[in-house]
Design a protein around this ligand. Structure first.
Ligand SMILES: Cc1cc2nc3c(=O)[nH]c(=O)nc-3n(C[C@H](O)[C@H](O)[C@H](O)COP(=O)(O)OP(=O)(O)OC[C@H]3O[C@@H](n4cnc5c(N)ncnc54)[C@H](O)[C@@H]3O)c2cc1C
Length: 541
């Protein structure tokens, strides 16, 4: 089969897989005005939750999709996280820090089908995203200008079991994104390889819907029971559900737990049949995998298609949503002709090191929690009782990619860092910065008129990128009241006069004085222009 290049592609972006990561990417690109289609093999939102935790950075991302209010009652802040030792006594008590840098609580527990429903109904539908369910992608061809996907109609005769039909069709798009999970078709079809980072354990995951959640209020929102007899995780997953995860021992088989009696026996210390139904019980293999790249020509990978993270940090989905946020603004610039496709190569430079760091951290944590040797567990417990619980997880900053490199070769300590969101007030409206001032690229200066020292070219760049601009001096043009002083404190801590934040909340760069602001903007323009002008016609950079 060959690609017909004569006609305009039907879509700007075709997304294979409409799980949470595909949904979030579709919503972001749809809201940016692009023609987006998502193809999903299942007819309904997947009923069984996997992820239960997300962090403040992801809450800011959901805020950017207009979902803060929709999800307000669905997100349970983690105000109590405890580890218990082999003797059942407290090992560590993690104190939340409120608010976290992104302006939200550090951590939240949720029920995944509700999150997916919210993104689908309240972000994708209003943005005009085309969602085609009941289609499995099975063929992918690329030319320099477009991709062609072959899709096969599938039916779900019984829950979870798909049957192929003889009905096929093709669609064309400028770009295809594989958000199609661990066994990604797009990854395979694009010849992208992946490596195993070496962690593999089987855990039984049991979800319950108690009749009376209040009866479980005495349990911490999240806890790890580091018992070498049976390492166990106990969490609340949103306002109406609870979850237990039990490590399988080496001699046990997944099939042993098909017997409900075995499952109830494990739950017995916490939850009994009279407390409410179990909504599922399944054995998962927790793995650690990373692809060698996230882009091959016009095909890109995000989420579990690109990486698998053992869930001990509750970060697998978070990493996938960071991929989506990173890719969305870059694809937007490319589709609008403001950057060449070369910009998309920075997806690898920026996301791969952070994704790998999180996987490796989760593996180390897993080794601590999955300890089955009583002697080693006792030594671990003695050691942990002597230390303070570590502060909430801070991810490594972006170390390479689309980041400011100052001309004087002094490094910019903020370039690549996750930005801070504070509460501000402007024109009688008070709230989180992104809601009051605006999303996308953001230029924040400590004092004075942000545009005062800029040339007409630099102002044109600000306009072209639809940048949100604010001075923390309320009396200055574009001034805001820094209500909780968090932005002022952040700039002061880093001796920064100005900070330029990218649409995925990571800092492009900062500068110490008003006089250097033009250089910061010039570097942004140069990096975009460089990318733009080095694009060779026809061949895909
Ligand atoms: C037990 C467990 C607990 C976890 N806990 C957490 C947690 O607390 N926090 C966290 O951040 N992460 C957690 N994770 C990880 C998290 O669940 C995943 O990272 C996340 O669900 C991945 O989302 P995704 O959209 O990339 O992939 P998926 O959710 O797998 O979605 C992929 C979609 O693509 C569709 N698809 C696949 N192939 C095709 C095809 N050929 N054509 C059309 N459609 C296709 C699938 O049907 C599916 O709907 C956990 C995982 C497990 C197993």
């Amino acid at each position: 089969m060959t690609i017909d290049n004569a006609h305009e592609p039907e879509f700007d972006v075709a997304i294979v897989g409409y799980g949470p990561v595909g949904q979030a990417l579709a919503a972001m690109l749809g809201r940016a005005g692009h023609r987006v289609a998502a193809f999903e093999r299942f007819a309904e939102i997947y009923r069984l939750p996997r992820a239960v935790h997300l962090d403040h950075e992801i809450m800011r991302l959901l805020q950017s999709l207009g979902l803060s209010e929709v999800l307000a009652d669905e997100m349970v802040p983690v105000d109590d996280y405890r580890w218990f030792g082999a003797d059942g006594e407290l090992l560590l008590h993690f104190e939340p820090r409120s608010p976290a840098p992104s302006g939200w609580e550090a951590d939240y527990m949720f029920f995944q089908p509700e999150l997916e429903r919210a993104i689908d109904d309240h972000a994708c539908t209003p943005a005009g995203v085309t969602v085609e369910r009941g289609w499995a992608a099975e063929g992918l061809l690329q030319s320099d200008e477009r991709v062609m996907l072959t899709l096969r109609r599938v039916t779900e005769n019984e829950p979870g079991r798909l049957a192929l039909t003889g009905d096929t069709r093709t669609v064309t798009a400028r770009w295809v994104v594989g958000a199609d999970g661990a066994n990604s078709f797009v990854r395979e079809a694009s010849g992208i390889t992946r490596r195993d980072l070496g962690f593999q354990e089987r855990w039984l995951v049991v979800d319950a819907e108690p009749h009376d959640m209040a009866a479980f209020a005495h349990l911490p929102v999240a806890s790890q029971h580091c018992d070498p007899v049976r390492p166990t995780t106990v969490v609340q997953s949103g306002p109406r559900h609870r979850r237990w995860e039990f490590m399988l021992l080496p001699h046990e088989q997944a099939s042993d737990f098909e017997d409900p009696e075995r499952v109830w026996a494990l739950l017995e210390p916490w939850y009994r049949p009279e407390d409410g139904p179990l909504t599922r019980s399944a054995v998962y293999e927790f793995r650690s995998m990373l692809t060698d790249q996230m882009r091959s020509g016009r095909a890109l990978l995000v989420g579990d298609a690109a990486h698998l993270t053992p869930p001990f940090l509750g970060q697998g989905l978070c990493s996938g949503l960071r991929d989506a946020a990173n890719l969305a603004w870059k694809l937007d610039l490319v589709l609008r002709g403001l950057a060449s496709p070369r910009l998309l190569n920075t997806l690898d430079l920026e996301r791969q090191p952070q994704n790998e760091a999180i996987i490796r951290l989760a593996i180390e944590l897993g080794k601590v929690l999955c300890q089955l040797d009583p002697q080693a567990a006792a030594e671990r417990d003695t050691l942990l009782r002597q230390v303070e619980a570590p502060p909430p997880l801070e991810l490594p900053p972006l170390s390479d990619g689309f980041l400011h490199r100052p001309v004087d070769s002094n490094s910019d300590s903020l370039a690549g860092a996750l930005s801070v969101q504070g509460v501000v007030r402007r024109g009688g409206r008070e709230g989180l910065f992104d809601d009051v001032i605006g999303r996308g690229f953001q230029l924040i200066v400590a004092a004075g008129d942000p545009l005062g020292a800029l040339s007409s070219d630099q102002r044109a760049l600000i306009d072209a990128l639809d940048m949100s601009v604010a001075s923390l001096d309320p009396a200055a043009p574009s001034g805001v009241h820094d209500v909780d002083h968090r932005l002022t404190a952040w700039l002061t801590e880093h001796k920064a006069h100005a900070v330029l934040v990218r649409p995925d909340f990571y800092v492009f760069g900062s500068c110490p004085s008003r006089g250097e602001l033009p250089d910061l903007l010039d570097d942004l323009q140069t990096q975009l222009q460089l990318i733009y002008t080095t694009a060779t016609a026809g061949a895909l950079p």
